[in-house]
Design a binder for this molecule. Structure first.
Ligand SMILES: Cc1cc2nc3c(=O)[nH]c(=O)nc-3n(C[C@H](O)[C@H](O)[C@H](O)COP(=O)(O)O)c2cc1C
Length: 170
């Protein structure tokens, strides 16, 4: 039987939910990374991702300038790095270094790949829609890469307040 409740209460039941890392590289060469859970495939011909990225994020600022980004799937052992990427803004910090993330050169775009991720998708910005309070950033996949270890498992958010396994923001 279903019991009426608030939207927020019902949304509390959506976990586990996969999380991604989004990397960018600004025109001055500085790379950055953020965590994002508001993400989905948006098209198959061509393949596209849609991400909800807050306007205050450095990532949003850089994507609007460079029109490219990488979507990476962190593995379940990357909770600490993902939490760091999602708990600090990259306007004035080298978050990739601070989070201890190794990167690799992408094949088409300038934003870096996350070396230990299960998979990386190089994306070129197609469109930004803003139907509500969060811009929806749509990117076309122009190249893809997978980790040599096919047995890695994806990192998931296991509860509200950005809870990743046993970890949560301080
Ligand atoms: C697990 C997790 C998921 C997150 N999901 C999103 C998201 O989908 N969209 C968003 O705008 N911020 C999300 N955040 C918050 C951003 O990652 C955070 O604001 C980050 O500091 C932005 O970094 P930047 O300013 O360097 O781009 C998430 C944080 C965590 C820890």
């Amino acid at each position: 039987m279903q019991i009426p409740c608030s939207i927020e209460q019902a949304l509390g039941r959506k976990y586990p939910e996969p999380v991604v890392l989004v990397t960018t590289r600004a025109a001055d060469g500085r790379a950055n990374v953020m965590a994002a859970a508001w993400v989905s495939l948006a098209s198959s011909e061509p393949w596209m991702f849609v991400l909800g990225i807050d306007v205050d994020a450095r990532t949003y600022e850089v994507i609007t300038q460079t029109r490219e980004f990488v979507v990476a799937f962190p593995h379940e052992g990357m909770a600490k790095e993902t939490l760091h990427a999602g708990s600090h803004h990259g306007h004035h910090a080298d978050k990739i270094k601070d989070a201890g993330l190794a990167t690799q050169k992408a094949s088409i775009i300038r934003a870096p790949l996350v070396q230990d991720a299960l998979a990386n998708f190089e994306c070129e910005l197609v469109e930004i829609y803003r139907p509500g309070d969060c811009p929806l950033v749509i990117g076309k996949v122009v190249a893809a890469h997978v980790h040599e270890d096919a047995g890695l498992r994806r990192l998931c958010l296991v509860g509200p307040d950005y809870r990743l396994g046993g970890l949560r923001p301080a």
